[in-house]
Design a protein around this ligand. Structure first.
Ligand code: ZN
Length: 556
C-alpha cells in the first residue's frame, strides 16, 4: 500500500550561500530519503524554503546597505542553484517572505493559539540600544552565556551548549549594531505558554523510543528542567505583523522568527499544492492525515525548535498531525592540510562552498563523500583530500570500474546486447542471490535513517561484484566457452541494473547514466524491479564513464 510522506529539510537563512556543512547536516540526507521513497513508489512532498525573517537576514541587509527583502530574494535564488546543482530533488523551495500564503498561515497560527488559550500578553523587560534608539531582540545582542559561560553567545541561543537564551540574561551584553551597552526597558509581548504543554510533550517524546538519542535525550532533558514561557513577538520592522489591528499594543510588533519559520513547512506545502493542483487546501493531505508520515530533517542546532517548540505549536493549534521522526545530524567540522580540525565558519573563511565546488567537480563525488562521513551520531570532519581519494579508490575503482568493464565487454563481444543466460555455476548463483537480496538490505537501512551504512552496503556489493567478475574470468571464457561467458556478462549487466537502482538515492547523476545504458521499457529502474532480469538481447546504450578520476590537491 502506498503511504504519503511529508519530508522537510530545515529552512536555511537567506543571508548567504550554502556550504558542505549545510548539505551534510540535513539537505543531503533528506534528499536521499525522498528519492528512496519515490523509488519504492510512495507519495512524497519534499518541502523546503528560506527563512527570511531571521535577524541574520536583517543584519546582512544592514551590512550590504540593502533591503532585507532584496537580500532574501537574492540568496534564495542562489541557494536554489546550489540545491539544483547537487541534485537535491525538492518539490518546492520557496521562502517565508516570498508569498502572501506564508503570512496568512502564520497569522492563522497566532490567532488559533490566542483563541485556544496558549498565548498571553505580558509586559516584559527587553534590551534597548539607546544609541540606535531601538529594541535589541535575539541576535542583535551578544554576550557571555549564563549557562556555560562561553563568550560571544548570541541572544537567542548559545552555540556552545545549545541552550535557548533570553538576551536579558546574557552576561556583559553588547549591541551588535553599535557596540553600546544595552539598557533595560519595558515593552509588551505575547508569550507562548509552553509549560501548559509540558506533560503532553513529554508523553509524546517518550512514545518515540526509535528517535536518535541526541534528539530524544536532549529534549527530555529540557522538559525535565521545565519549559519557560517564551515571547513569540518582537519589536522589529522586518517580520510578519501581529494580526491584531484593534489592539494598540500590537503596533510595531512582528512574529518572532522561530514562531513563523517552521510554519513555512506548511505554507510552502500549500503553495506547492496551489501551483500543482490549483488547490491551496491540498496541504491538508500532507499535514492533517494520520496516515501521512511527517519527517523533519534538521541539524543539531535545531533540535529544540523541532522537538519542542514546533510540536507544541501544532498541539496548541489543534488540527495538525505531529512529526513522526526528526532525524538530526551533528555538525560537520572541517580540516585543512597540516591544521587542526575546526568548525565550518563563514566569518573565519573555513567553509567549502557548493557553488565553488561545482565549478570544478561533479556533484556525485561530494554526495558520496558527505554520506560516507555523515555526522549521523557524532561530529565528523570534511577533508578535501579524502574526498578525492575516496572518489578514486572507491567510486572509480569499485563501482565505476565494474560498470565500465562490463559495458565495454558487452559492446565489444556481444554486439552491444544482453547475452543469453545459460547454465549456472555455484558462483553465478551466489552473485544472483546477492543482487536479489541487495535492495532489501539497503532499504532496511534507509528506512532506519542509517544512510552511511546503506551506502556502505551498495559499495560492498560493487566490490563483491568485481570479485565475481575476476573469479569467473569472462575474458578467458570468451574463446573456449562462449555460452558461459555470455552467462557471466548477463549476470553482471543485471548486477549493474540492481546497483543502478540502489545507488540512485545517493548518486543520482551516475544512476541516470546507468538508466541510459540499460534502457529498460516501462517504469525503468525502480526499487521493486531492481533484481528482475533484463530482457535477453536488449540493446544497450553507449558505455558512459560514471565517475572521473580526480587529481589530489596536495600533490601539486
Ligand atoms: Zn552556553
Amino acid at each position: 500500500m502506498t503511504t504519503r510522506h511529508t519530508v522537510t529539510a530545515a529552512l536555511p537563512y537567506s543571508n548567504g550561500r550554502l556550504h558542505v556543512g549545510h548539505i551534510a547536516g540535513c539537505y543531503l540526507p533528506a534528499d536521499i530519503y525522498a528519492r528512496y521513497l519515490r523509488s519504492i513508489g510512495e507519495e512524497v512532498a519534499f518541502i523546503c524554503g528560506s527563512d527570511d525573517y531571521g535577524v541574520p537576514v536583517s543584519l546582512t541587509a544592514r551590512e550590504e546597505g540593502r533591503e532585507p527583502a532584496e537580500v532574501a530574494a537574492y540568496y534564495r535564488a542562489e541557494q536554489k542553484n546550489d540545491f539544483d546543482g547537487l541534485g537535491i530533488s525538492l518539490d518546492i523551495f520557496s521562502g517565508t517572505s516570498a508569498t502572501d500564503i506564508h503570512t496568512e498561515v502564520s497569522q492563522h497560527f497566532f490567532l488559533a493559539l490566542l483563541q485556544n488559550g496558549y498565548l498571553e500578553k505580558r509586559t516584559s523587560v527587553q534590551l534597548y540600544d539607546p544609541e540606535a534608539g531601538r529594541f535589541l531582540p535575539d541576535r542583535y545582542v551578544e554576550g557571555t552565556c549564563p549557562h556555560c559561560e562561553t563568550g560571544g553567545a548570541r541572544g537567542d541561543q548559545c552555540e556552545a551548549c545549545g541552550k535557548m537564551l533570553e538576551p536579558s540574561k546574557l552576561i556583559s551584553p553588547e549591541s551588535v549594531i553599535t557596540g553600546a551597552r544595552p539598557e533595560k526597558r519595558e515593552t509588551v509581548h505575547w508569550f507562548f505558554l509552553l509549560p501548559k504543554l509540558q506533560d503532553r510533550l513529554r508523553e509524546w517524546i517518550r512514545s518515540h523510543p526509535e528517535w536518535r538519542p541526541m534528539v530524544r535525550n536532549f529534549s527530555l532533558g529540557l522538559l525535565e528542567q521545565g519549559l519557560p514561557e517564551r515571547a513569540i513577538t518582537r519589536d522589529l520592522d522586518w517580520g510578519i505583523p501581529v494580526p491584531l489591528e484593534d489592539d494598540p499594543d500590537a503596533e510595531g510588533k512582528v512574529l518572532y522568527v522561530w514562531f513563523d519559520a517552521p510554519i513555512g513547512y506548511v505554507s510552502f506545502t500549500a503553495q506547492w499544492c496551489a501551483e500543482q493542483e490549483g488547490d491551496p487546501d491540498g496541504y491538508e493531505r500532507w499535514w492533517k492525515d494520520p496516515d501521512c508520515r511527517i519527517v523533519h530533517f534538521i541539524g543539531e542546532d535545531n533540535v529544540v525548535f523541532h522537538a519542542i517548540t514546533w510540536p507544541a505549536m501544532l498541539m496548541a493549534e489543534g488540527t495538525f498531525e505531529l512529526p513522526d521522526f526528526i532525524p538530526a545530524n551533528c555538525f560537520l567540522n572541517i580540516q585543512f592540510p597540516g591544521e587542526e580540525e575546526t568548525k565550518i565558519s563563514k566569518s573565519r573563511g573555513t567553509a567549502v562552498w557548493i557553488n565553488q565546488y561545482l565549478e570544478e567537480y561533479d556533484p556525485d563525488p561530494l554526495r558520496y563523500y558527505l554520506t560516507m562521513i555523515a555526522p549521523e551520531r557524532q561530529r565528523t570532519a570534511f577533508v578535501f583530500d579524502d574526498l578525492i581519494r575516496r572518489n578514486n579508490e572507491e567510486l572509480v575503482a569499485a563501482l565505476g570500474n565494474f560498470v565500465h568493464r562490463n559495458m565495454t565487454f558487452a559492446h565489444r563481444y556481444f554486439d552491444g546486447r544482453v547475452p543469453r543466460r545459460g547454465d549456472l555455476t555455484e558462483e553465478d548463483r551466489r552473485q544472483l542471490a546477492m543482487i536479489a537480496e541487495l535492495p532489501d538490505r539497503v532499504a532496511a537501512l534507509l528506512a532506519d535513517f542509517s544512510f552511511r551504512d546503506a551506502l556502505g552496503q551498495v559499495m560492498e556489493a560493487a566490490r563483491e561484484s568485481n570479485r565475481y567478475f575476476d573469479c569467473r574470468e569472462p575474458w578467458a571464457l570468451r574463446k573456449e566457452a562462449r555460452a558461459s561467458c555470455g552467462t557471466v556478462i548477463n549476470i553482471c549487466l543485471n548486477t549493474i541494473k540492481a546497483l543502478g537502482v540502489v545507488m540512485e538515492p545517493f548518486l543520482p547523476f551516475a544512476a541516470g547514466k546507468v538508466a541510459r545504458m540499460l534502457p529498460v521499457a516501462g517504469d525503468g529502474l525502480n526499487w521493486a524491479q531492481a533484481a528482475d532480469p533484463l530482457p535477453e538481447d536488449l540493446e544497450l546504450g553507449e558505455p558512459e564513464i560514471l565517475f572521473e578520476k580526480l587529481e589530489e590537491l596536495s600533490e601539486e
